[in-house]
Design a protein around this ligand. Structure first.
Ligand SMILES: Nc1ncnc2c1ncn2[C@@H]1O[C@H](COP(=O)(O)OP(=O)(O)OP(=O)(O)O)[C@@H](O)[C@H]1O
Ligand SMILES: [Mg+2]
Length: 267
């Protein structure tokens, strides 16, 4: 299963990705976390790694090389053929070169690419790579890929979600976040994704959770769980370290269970 975790900037996407990945590992799944956010670079820290993986973009000659091709009039599809690793029809986790994947205890972490310099150009080539990597990524039944998407909806315009099985919308308690959830829902439906769920994040009270659930119900979005505001999570994010077990890691248990149940209704 390939799950895309999306939502408003700062809503808690990377936090939910980390919590979900850890819970999936506890349940015996092998998890590939795909860092598809070209701006933030701290995801490796919350998994306890000292350094980020070498981005997959490096495998394909770097962002500039792809951009050069696109500037020369190559379509995104043609630019893709220049990408060495992408010449394979299917990419299995074990195919990913060692320096491009950080691993430990049933976890793999890859990063598509980061914008590191000013005037480096737009992130479209990374969008192409994300889309193609996710399309070709071939998972076995006990493997789950969890994609930490960039904030907002631009990735939908780039077609990154075309081979995604489920979209998890992270909703923080704000009007903007709800509005974005509505858009993500309709964009996801527009490309044929039926597994679309919302998870509440940074919730200060059960009253607020109930209000958000009502709003999401009205939008026809299935709310599958709630992560309350957790001071331990806040502190870990501040210090850039792994999450200790706490309220959030207890609450993610139900979120993960309902996600698996909804993804495999017959089981
Ligand atoms: N459950 C929580 N309890 C308390 N604070 C939280 C919680 N989840 C997230 N935060 C706070 O919100 C901040 C943003 O969280 P996170 O980085 O997960 O969001 P994001 O959606 O990935 O952001 P971005 O759009 O920048 O990638 C964290 O640095 C942390 O301070
Ligand atoms: Mg993030």
């Amino acid at each position: 299963m390939k799950i895309s975790v999306c939502g408003k900037g700062g809503s808690g996407k990377s936090t939910i990705v980390t919590l979900l990945a850890n819970q999936a590992r506890k349940k015996g799944y092998r998890v590939l976390v795909v860092d598809s956010d070209e701006s933030n670079s701290g995801l490796f820290r919350t998994f306890g790694f000292d350094e980020p993986p070498v981005p997959l973009m490096e495998l394909v000659g770097g962002k500039k090389k792809v951009q050069e091709k696109m500037k020369k009039g190559y379509s995104a599809a043609e630019a893709k053929t220049a990408m060495k690793v992408m010449t394979q029809k299917h990419i299995m986790v074990s195919d990913i070169p060692r320096e491009n994947i950080l691993t430990k205890d049933n976890l793999g972490l890859v990063s598509i690419g980061k914008i590191l310099q000013s005037l480096e150009g737009c992130a479209c080539p990374m969008g192409v790579l994300s889309r193609e990597f996710l399309r070709k990524l071939s998972l076995s039944s006990n493997e789950i890929a969890i994609v930490d998407m960039e904030a907002g909806v631009e990735h939908f315009g780039r077609g990154v979600e075309t081979s995604i099985d489920a979209v998890l919308i992270v909703v923080e308690p704000s009007f903007e976040s709800l509005q974005l959830a509505k858009r993500i829902n309709s964009l996801s439906r527009g490309i044929g994704i039926n597994n679309i769920w919302a998870v509440l994040s940074k919730i200060p009270s059960n009253g607020i959770a109930a209000k958000l659930k009502d709003e999401l119900d009205t939008m026809g979005i299935d709310m599958i769980g709630c992560i309350h505001y957790d001071a331990e999570i806040f502190q870990s994010c501040l210090e850039g370290r792994i999450f200790e077990e706490g309220k959030a890691s207890e609450e993610i248990v139900d979120v993960f269970d309902s996600l698996v149940l909804k993804a495999n209704p017959g089981h």
